[in-house]
Design a protein around this ligand. Structure first.
Ligand code: PEP
Ligand code: MG
Length: 463
């Protein structure tokens, strides 16, 4: 429909990374499940597209191509309008205007930059994100989610081959096909960022997100792997999980399949050498390990990364400047941050997962009851939108204090969605973080909020 010149809103129960092509084509996204930090919201925010996620009163029926609210039914092709700021879904076409940036905007941002203490980075995975980030004044990439690079049509089959491989040899064969693609991605990011720091996170999401779903997809991968489709379907079933967000994801992937981390580290370092040659600027690479709970996990993975860096330096004769750090996004990691900081060279608080694991509330399923919690005054605001100072915030403070006790100059940032929320940015300033990282289109808000915090002013909005 978009190719036919129509403007399209993608309506889904929820999105997963494989919806990325539809999300690119859409003007906006509407989901009935999810919340502030679910896939649809995070990706749409990064693209600068409006999104209403977790609209639980709407029912979507893929079979009949309809969505219904009460007794009103909307068919594929009917016109709706969404307002991502207010979280409203409106029947029909509303009048709209394009926002414009005036000269005053630049002046105001200049004033903000003079007083703010926090650095502002961006969560970005694509060259387009990086360009937007630079345009909006970001001072580096604070989170590149590498999994988002794996869903290109030309890659997903190879990623599936890697995941469904039954042994290390087969996995390495698939990884060697992915290496040049990842390297090319990183070269481009590093070139655009021109020497500003870039934090690249190793593969994080639950493997099941990549699994083939349809028979046709299973057969396609089986053909590429020269294996029996039934056997492949069995392997896919064995990888399915009930609770994937608490399952086989994050650093656990690199612990069980170290060759994945090794390929990614090699792609990062080879790209740093290449981009360094092209731009004449040393690339400041930060390799980040997700979902660490223990120092032992971090140490095992860091050792692999260091060995890979040594190999790349030997092979290319170039000198690399890099740090290996970790996401802090589990309560245990906050409590043992002092130990983790013995090895980790920087921390970035993943407050999306930290909120999920501190409250024990799934970030994808919270919408069905959080509204009631807020209406009844149990919670003032959705903790995935604005940081919960009393619980999650305390854990962050503990993590920062214990980390810096071990390593006084530890660089500490935040890359959960809170990094673009003014009230949470104020909290980050108060507790002495070095930077916040947010989606590209929220960079101006973060710059302003950081300045307001430095001037002890209450943020004007909680946008
Ligand atoms: C987080 O958990 O806060 C985070 C930034 O990582 P992700 O949203 O990719 O889990
Ligand atoms: Mg996370």
């Amino acid at each position: 429909r978009q190719a036919d010149g129509r403007r399209v809103i993608l309506v889904r129960i929820e999105t997963s990374p494989e919806d990325i092509h539809g999300m690119h084509a859409a003007e906006g996204i509407l989901t009935t499940r999810g919340g502030m930090t679910s896939h649809a919201a995070v990706v749409a925010r990064g693209m600068g597209k409006p999104c209403v996620s977790g609209c639980g009163s709407i029912r979507v029926d893929y079979g009949s191509g309809t969505m219904s609210v009460g007794d009103r039914i909307f068919k594929v092709g009917d016109v709706i309008t969404i307002d991502g700021s207010l979280g409203e879904v409106l029947a029909g076409q509303m009048p709209m205007i394009e926002p414009e940036l005036s000269g005053e905007f630049g002046t105001l941002m200049g004033w903000a930059d003079e007083v703010r203490k926090l650095r502002i980075r961006v969560n970005g995975d694509t060259p387009a994100d990086a360009r937007t980030a630079v345009k909006f004044g970001a001072e580096g990439i604070g989170l590149c989610r590498t999994e988002h690079m794996f869903f290109e049509e030309t890659r997903i089959r190879t990623v599936r081959e890697m995941i469904l491989a039954e042994d290390e040899q087969a996995r390495r064969a698939a990884l060697s096909k992915l290496l040049p693609m990842q390297r090319a991605d990183f070269v481009e990011l590093f070139e655009i960022m021109k020497g500003l720091p870039v934090t690249i996170r190793l593969l994080d999401p639950p493997l099941h997100e990549f699994l083939p779903h349809t028979q046709a997809e299973i057969e396609e991968v089986a053909r590429a792997m020269n294996t029996d489709p039934r056997r492949l379907a069995d392997r896919a079933r064995s990888l399915a999980e009930f609770n994937p967000m608490l399952g086989f994801r994050g650093c656990r992937l690199a612990i069980v399949y170290p060759e994945i981390a090794e390929m990614q580290a090699r792609a990062i370092f080879e790209a740093a050498v290449e981009a360094g040659k092209r731009t004449g600027k040393v690339v400041a690479v930060e390799v980040m390990v997700p979902l660490i709970a223990t120092k032992a996990e971090f140490d095992l993975i860091k050792a692999r990364i260091d060995v890979t860096a040594q190999s790349v330096m030997r092979e290319t004769g170039a000198k690399l400047s890099y740090q290996v750090g970790t996401m802090i996004e589990l309560p245990r990691a906050c409590l043992v941050a002092g130990e983790i900081a013995e090895s980790a060279e920087f921390f970035s608080f993943g407050t999306n997962d930290l909120t999920q694991t501190t409250f024990g509330i799934s970030r994808d399923d919270a919408a069905s009851f959080l509204g009631t919690y807020i209406a009844k005054g149990i919670l003032e605001i959705d903790p995935f939108v604005s940081i919960d100072r009393g619980g999650v915030g305390e854990l962050v403070k503990i993590g920062v204090a214990r980390g810096r006790k071990t390593r006084p100059n530890l660089k500490v940032g935040i890359c959960g969605e809170h990094g673009g929320d003014p009230v949470s940015v104020a909290f980050c300033h108060e507790i002495g973080l070095n930077y916040v990282s947010c989606s590209p289109y929220r960079v101006p808000i973060a710059r302003l909020a950081a300045a307001q915090a430095a001037l002890h002013k209450t943020p004007a909005s909680q946008a």
